[in-house]
Design a protein around this ligand. Structure first.
Ligand SMILES: [Zn+2]
Length: 444
């Protein structure tokens, strides 16, 4: 019955969101020319290297969402209301019950992870402050957080062949099996990476279970970021490869561990490119990009999590107005960024599609989990050296067969509800910021 009602219930509201978003138009000025752009185009302009462009677009962008805030608050309230009504009939009092079940995760683990992140927040605030100094401003605005640093030097470009060689060499240091698998994927041309016009953006890896093979789609432009993306997708393919002979029911793993192999592979490459940077400027740009991931997972996603938990509690009491949603959002951002920014994005609850996905409640925290879980594994791998390979592969093979806590206990010998493992993961992220601060000391 719930499934039948879903169609015109919360799935209906989720579809409605897409309809309303498609009507958003944002007035912007690009190269002296005034035009109306879609929400997606405006979002791209928000990471424009010219700060004056960002400032103007950010204002227009906020206004455009604000104008339709009544439509979005109706949508979000009814979507959440439907979900809460289902939870009540199931006697689930905790709004996290469903997302935790989807991710096969214990609430204690989630709480411990956030606590360890909060403990190290000051380091990431120092990074944001330093970035503001490098931009020549007092504090960063919300739109500056992920804007690129422009220094005199451009990071090295890798031809496709060089990128492939780099990946194979670096993979081999951690896992010869992973390297030989990647070599096979290159040789069998499983990767469609051509940089051409009219190609859909983004990258993904898809499986052909009956063939026990994978295919990768992406656009390779030679920047270090795309070498890391290629490694990321190869990590996904490797995960499918090692799990291919498990019983089919055991090959379906949850969101929070789905990114383990990919992020691990990406970390190997991102770390190696920083180490191999030819100039100091190049190293700074690469590190900044790498730290951006920590900022996204520890601060931006943290804000989304705080907002959603508080919004659901408020929604239990009745409808939540658009104004109140703005306040809840801005408060959550202030808290997650520890007041490090000069302005926030109160309409974020309407501009972020993730809040409107019907199938997956609390879409965001599994990404923070996945990132830190692979950093923790990377931390252990660095410490243990090449003997780690078999342990790592055995872990991947069990990702579809047990809870996350069982997985970590069995293969890594760790208790995820305790802070130790998370501390190790944070050590790597904190180390990057410390290096960044050292390298940029004389630039401010
Ligand atoms: Zn991925």
């Amino acid at each position: 019955m719930i499934n039948a009602l879903n169609v015109d219930g919360y799935r209906g509201w989720s579809d409605h969101y897409d309809t309303v978003v498609a009507t958003i138009r944002v007035p912007v000025v690009v190269d002296g020319e005034e035009k109306l752009v879609s929400a997606g185009q405006a979002l791209n302009l928000l990471s424009h290297p010219d700060r004056a462009v960002r400032v103007a677009v950010f204002e227009a962008y906020g206004k455009a969402w604000q104008e339709k805030s009544q439509l979005f608050s109706d949508t979000l309230n009814h979507l959440a209301g439907f979900r809460l009504a289902v939870y009540r009939t199931r006697n689930w009092d905790n709004v996290l019950a469903e997302p935790l079940a989807i991710n096969r995760l214990d609430e204690k683990t989630l709480a411990t992870m956030w606590n360890v992140i909060e403990k190290h927040k000051a380091t990431f605030v120092s990074f944001l402050n330093r970035k503001a100094q490098l931009f020549g401003i007092d504090k960063l605005s919300f739109h500056d957080v992920f804007a690129p640093l422009t220094l005199d030097s451009e990071p090295k470009k890798y031809t496709y062949q060089e990128g492939a060689d780099f990946i194979l060499t670096q993979f081999a240091k951690f896992s010869p099996k992973m390297a030989s698998f990647a070599k096979h994927a290159f040789e069998q041309q499983w990767i469609e990476a051509e940089d051409r016009d009219n190609k859909r953006p983004g990258g993904f890896c898809t499986d052909i279970p009956l063939e026990k093979e994978s295919r990768i789609f992406m656009t390779y432009d030679g920047a270090p970021g795309t070498v890391a993306t290629l490694a990321h997708e190869l990590g996904h393919a490797f995960h499918s490869h090692v799990i291919r002979d498990e019983p089919f029911e055991n090959t379906n793993y949850a969101m929070n561990v789905a990114e383990t192999a990919s992020t691990f592979a990406e970390m190997i490459i991102a770390d190696a490119s920083v180490k191999e940077a030819a100039t100091k400027e190049e190293k700074i740009i690469l590190l900044e990009d790498k730290i951006g991931r920590s900022i996204a997972f520890f601060m931006d996603i943290r804000a989304r999590f705080l907002f959603e938990t508080r919004f659901y509690e408020a929604r239990k009491e009745g409808l939540v107005s658009a104004d109140r949603l703005n306040t809840l959002m801005e408060d959550a951002q202030r808290e997650a960024f520890q007041d490090a920014l000069s302005e926030y994005h109160p309409q974020f609850w309407s501009s972020k599609l993730h809040f409107y996905i019907a199938d997956v409640p609390f879409y965001n925290f599994p990404y923070t989990f996945g990132y830190l879980f692979s950093l923790g594994i990377y931390h252990q791998a660095l410490a243990e050296g090449s003997g780690y390979e078999d342990k790592y592969i055995a872990l991947l093979q069990d990702t579809g067969a047990m809870t996350t806590e069982q997985l970590a206990q069995k293969h890594l010998g760790i208790d995820l509800t305790k802070p130790d493992f998370w501390e190790g993961a944070l050590e790597i992220a904190v180390g990057d910021v410390e290096e960044f601060l050292n390298l940029t000391n004389d630039l401010v």
